[in-house]
Design a protein around this ligand. Sequence first.
Ligand code: ARG
Length: 580
Amino acid sequence: MLLSIIRERFADAVSGTSPAADGLLDTIRPAQDPKFGDFQANLAMPLAKQLGKKPRDVAAEIVSNLKIDDICQPPEIAGPGFINLRLKDEFIIQELQTAITDEERLGIPKVNEPKTFVVDYSGPNVAKPMHVGHLRSTVLGNAVCRLLTFYGHRVISDNHLGDWGTQFGMIIYGYRNFLDKKAYQENPVEELSRVYRLVRQKMDDEPSVADAVLNETVKLHSGNEENLKIWREVLPYSRDEIDKIYKRLNITFDYTLGESFYHPFLAPLVNDLLKCGIAVETDGAVGIFFEGDDVPMLIRKKDGAFLYGTTDLATVEYRTKEFKPDVILYITDFRQDLHFKHLFKAVRLINRGTGAAADVELVHIKFGTVLGEDGKPFKTRSGDTVGLNGLLDEAEAKALEVVNTGVGSGTSAAAGKETARKIGLGAVIYADLSQNRESDYVFSYDKMLAMTGNTAAYMQYAVARVKSIFSKGNIGINELRAGNSVSRLQIAEPAERSLALELLKFGEAVEASLRDCRPNGLTAYLFELANKYSTFFEQCPVLKAENETVKTSRLLLCDLTARTLEKGLNLLGIETVERM
Ligand code: ARG
């Protein structure tokens, strides 16, 4: 990949000058202004400071050591000691050829040392309707899994369903006291969710209901047959509901080991931790205390109940044994920050205490809140959380309006609906992933479905536009790709060259988005690429190019652009459309 190739050359050139030189390589970046070339290296100034020399002298020294003439024109030193690089056109073309001929990966290599990742994401609490808050974990987790897999890592996705918590106490209590049998038979999901809301309301108003609910939860956890029977009966209904959403988003999990799966491990785990002194009993409750932290991690309550954290401790142990991961990623909102800080500290204590193998790397990938247009957490008009299914329905319906009024009209109704489905879902996914994950963002159908700007629709449109060029021009895509592109590509026009350079930055963008799980790096790149393509498209006629040679070269650039956008969107879990 371009930037890493250039950095390597500089690494060779500065090796031996100063021990800190290696750390300066990331000052080598794409140039802001094409006037100064394609890349700029700003390491001479800090290096000169360290060495007590003049920056321009250091720059000259670096340049004389630099072996880069196969890639670049002779480097230029500017201002106080900037080194400006301009890539040779032949080199750009050769790199493009590598991408063009690599059907699957567009020239992006896999990692040399693949790792095993467990990705813990989505994890909705069943029995409650899945809401917009679960969207971020689901969408982000799916993108992270796709990106890791693309790089050749071993990825195990595990959906840590909340299928054992207090919400079941509420459902069981409601089932016993308020269930409308007939309504339940007709539409169990709807009736259960009505009962759930009713009980929630009553718990706020009457303390005795809260006590009764707690009692039902305790009974369930201690193996009461009747409560288990209700639990087994209602669980599949809400699981089906959740699965429908996964199906819609084309998401599958390798494992769905919910909280209930770990229940049998909890009592022995707490006893073991007490025995070896890692956990301590105070006032009847059991907790793990950490040095320099006033708050312990509670793992068993006074009344004997286990906690969310206890289950997570058992989960780490199970996953470590079963999957032998190098890394476990937890994708949840930032409000669980303290929970995971404690969990990770506890795991390290336990591993040290028990001499378990090297610590697995545990990472909390946190994200912010989805807000409504009023800037408050996204709710429906009646104040309920927004159901995820309804939200996706609405996105598709709004996309259909866009399709029907836009360029896509003229296709059959069924085809239009299918296009709207992809555009609607893509809009929701992209709007989420294009945010800095740690920020809150405002959910707006209008913004996410806009045809221009940093939206999925804009990228999908760019792809469809390329496809329409190919169908209009009757171009055989396979023949086009098969030939030797080195002899056919030319990047004479500034807009061609700038598009070509952008295409070659794809690998770096993908890699950067995976570092610290930030897909917004990739969306920003796709947006830039679509913009460059748009400029190219305005300035460089393709089918009406001045001659066949230029036409072929431009078709190759168009095709690679569409494939890059498609691949990028696909890594994020977004489909593209043939026409729009
Ligand atoms: N069920 C949790 C929630 O809705 C998310 C689970 C996250 N994973 C975990 N291992 N704790 O907040």
